[in-house]
Design a protein around this ligand. Sequence first.
Ligand code: KMH
Ligand code: ZN
Length: 292
Amino acid sequence: MTGTVITVAPTGAESSKADVPALPVTLDELVATAKECEALGAAIIHVHIRDDDARPTLDQGRLRATVSALRESTGLIVQLSSGGAVTDPESDRLAVLDAGPEMASCTMGTVNFGDGVFLNRWEFVVDLHTRMQERGIVPEYEIFDLGQLASLQRLLSKYGLPAGGHVHVDLVMGVPGGMPATTAALVACEQAIRDLPAGTTFSATGIGRGAIPVMLASLSAGGHLRVGMEDTITYAKGRAVESNMQLVARAVGFAQLAQRPPLTARETRELLGVPALGQPPHPSSRNGLKTA
Ligand code: KMH
Ligand code: ZN
């Protein structure tokens, strides 16, 4: 069995800086967090950015500056969120791909999201998937509910494999409105992932108190880990998370206990089909579709 890919999702779009002062919201804070998380064992950074007032934004200039700053300062795989905040319009979410990330998220369906709705119409998902194919951006398919894995199978069989040919999904468990953060739900997803192309990999994250059960379940089921303050702001009962590094360090400890130590960013690139640093992105795979 392979080692563990650790993704850090340091910021998200849901918590406010006022409520969570340790949240990295400036570019300097994000880069400092990224460097420290990489040193601890993270290989991928899932990025949401904020504006000068620490509010979520998909501003194109800021996204580009963020991608280049993270590239300059770290070897991490930079994965931009195309999910943004529930209030972001589809056009801005598609434009995230113009900022030149190596990876981007692609959520596989609409889900209630607390009191909001995280809207991901089928045509929009197809648009994201095919634009990523055209640009050689490697997707991470975000799965909030079991049926979204069936949608992914449909997407791949109709529109072909993603750039690089490898399929990687992230199970986001415990969002109010989505699947629960339980071992049973993770096992159900793992069974459904077996129907996806051979070699499909998955990571998992549990929101809030789901963080630990999902980490343990994912490691035991052969999955990888996503942790960070996007998903978890309470470390233990009555104890706020102090930093993203604290969450990455805990994930690294769990992975080592499971005898699946963290994979480096270079090893993760190989596993997920993300070109090595300094190599050009994958050529467009829209012509001559490879099908699942
Ligand atoms: N902030 C959520 C509405 C993603 O990054 O692709 C969407 C989200 C998923 O976080
Ligand atoms: Zn996100």
